[in-house]
Design a protein around this ligand. Structure first.
Ligand code: NAD
Length: 501
């Protein structure tokens, strides 16, 4: 199952050079170290080897970055730029990402552990597609004219209209599971609408964000429009989320940290979007094609090592197909090739860190001790932070394995009898990010969709995202939406104007 290939493909020389030169961070037009001189080590999760040291920002660095973003927003070529030019600039930024796509994919692979092949066709390509989709919005931001009555101004000639205006300085804090893609989800609407950005990548995965900043400067963004501060969540993330001069916070990460950021935002009425955790159900009805459903359910949980916010981590199968579907998923899992993401044959890489490996494995061991059966997998191994793809049965709905986000390649499978049972079980966690229904019964799907409490529902597919479809969570999975026109609303304020003419 695990295979260390004799030789891994060579990195592009520019990838190695980027890592070797000890990346600094971009504030305004300057590539800088942290004011304190402190650095944060970055590791390769496939080997545990040290990759690079990046600046470990503190409050002073965050202040400087927010000031640079404020200056760029208030008084610069950027604030006077016409929508068409913002569109062209975002398109050029996407072109440069495409030019350097292989390098970015290699950085994602080295820094996150994911397959470089998958990073190229998924993370990087989806990031490019998303930025191009959002570029089109720059020229389509509209208010409306409003027929007003104003009874206290009976003789006035009135003209009422609304404007949508860029919200201002955006503080963007992202998780480590899709470092580049999550950054693009923030940058796209921010740059399309004319905001400026201070991006704080995850502690573990700062490299692709720094490369993105380099490409943004090359594309021609004025200094201060896009700043990156690297560092820890507790220090740099907290300083950014408490900063009174940030107009909007957009956060992707855990529900626990999301709550802290939400509280901090309320102190200064900072606008906020929270994309948080999930425990998404995959529901297989007895009329579904069981082979296709098993393949789909396996991909839903094992893609990206299970480190996907909307991963199908709970499987509910109508009793007739339960054994078949679970058996097929277990055999898919047992046949997966685990290894270094640089190896094109690798189907599953390591988890992000030793801490995450221990956390995920701890869930499995506690479940086993409580009587759950491990249908396949369950083991961890190194070097690197690997956990074998795991399927768990004989587990109760109230178990932490079913209720809590494990964020690893761990699937819990539970049979059900009726559609009402399936819906009750599917809705029975604190989360509400995504859900999939596997069925050939169109009416059953349509009847179930409104009864599922989640921001996305997929039928005969899972985690299928599109730049045009809003994405976000119900309940503890978050607030607000990314993607689609809904994202633009979150990066703009509405101004009402009434003129007595
Ligand atoms: P995390 O919440 O630990 O960290 C996310 C980011 O927040 C990092 O940049 C981190 O440095 C920063 N941070 C940590 N503590 C902070 C604090 N006190 N103040 C400000 N910032 C702080 O999450 P993670 O472990 O990096 O990522 C995994 C989580 O992200 C999972 O729960 C996953 O479901 C979620 N996620 C959600 C989506 C979505 O769109 N809903 C997408 C991807 C990941």
């Amino acid at each position: 199952m695990q295979a260390a290939p004799a030789t891994l493909p060579q990195l592009l020389p520019q990838t190695q050079a980027f890592i070797d030169r000890a990346p600094t961070m971009l504030i305004g037009d300057a590539w800088v170290h942290a004011a304190s001189g402190a650095t944060l080590p970055v590791y390769n999760p496939a080997t545990g080897a040290h990759l690079a040291d990046v600046p470990k920002s503190g409050t002073e660095d965050v202040n400087r970055a927010v000031q640079a973003a404020r200056r760029a927003f208030d008084d610069s070529a950027w604030s006077h730029m016409r929508p068409r030019e913002r569109q062209n600039l975002l398109w050029r930024f996407a072109d440069l990402i495409e030019r350097d796509a292989q390098m970015l994919a290699e950085l994602e692979c080295l820094n996150n552990g994911k397959s470089a092949v998958v990073a190229r066709v998924m993370d990087v390509q989806l990031g490019i597609d998303f930025l191009r989709y959002m570029a089109g919005f720059a020229t389509k931001i509209e208010g409306s004219t409003v027929e007003v009555s104003a009874p206290l101004m009976p003789d006035a000639h009135l003209h009422g209209f609304t404007r949508r205006e860029a919200v201002g300085v955006v503080g963007a804090i992202v998780a480590w599971n899709f470092p580049l893609l999550l950054a693009c989800w923030k940058l796209g609407p921010a740059l399309a609408t004319g905001c400026t950005v201070v991006l704080k990548p995850a502690d573990e995965t700062p490299l692709s964000a720094l490369k993105l900043a380099e490409l943004a400067l090359e594309a021609g963004y004025p200094p201060g429009v896009f700043n990156v501060v690297t560092g820890t969540g507790a220090e740099a993330g907290a300083a950014l989320s408490h900063h009174p001069d940030v107009d909007k916070l957009t956060f992707t990460g855990s529900t626990e940290v999301g709550k802290l950021i939400g509280k901090a935002a309320m102190e200064s009425m900072t606008r906020i979007t929270l994309e948080l955790g999930g425990k998404s159900p995959t529901i297989v009805l007895d009329d579904a094609d069981p082979v296709a459903a098993a393949q789909g359910a396996a991909t839903a949980i094992f893609f990206n090592q299970g480190q996907v916010c909307c991963a199908g981590s709970r499987l509910y199968v109508q009793r007739k197909h339960f054994d078949n579907v679970v058996g097929d998923i277990a055999s898919i899992a047992s046949g997966m090739k685990l290894g270094n993401g640089l190896d094109p044959a690798t189907e599953m890489g390591p988890l992000i860190s030793l801490k995450q490996q221990q956390r995920v494995h701890g869930y499995i061991e506690r479940g086993r001790a409580a009587g759950a059966q491990i249908a396949c997998g369950g083991e961890q191994f190194g070097p690197g932070y690997f956990v074998k793809p795991t399927v768990i049965v004989d587990v109760e709905q109230k178990s932490p394995l079913v209720q809590e986000e494990i964020f690893g390649p761990v699937l819990v499978a539970i049979p059900f009898d009726t559609i009402d049972d399936a819906l009750r079980l599917a809705n029975d966690t604190r989360y509400g990010l995504g859900a999939s229904i596997w069925t050939n019964n169109l009416s059953a799907a349509h009847r179930m969709i409104p009864r599922i409490r989640s921001g996305s529902v997929w039928v005969n597919c899972h985690s299928a995202l599109d730049p045009a479809l809003p994405f976000g969570g119900y309940r503890m999975s978050g607030m607000g939406r990314e993607m689609g026109a809904a994202a633009i609303e979150h990066y703009t304020e509405i101004k009402s104007v009434l003129m007595n003419v």
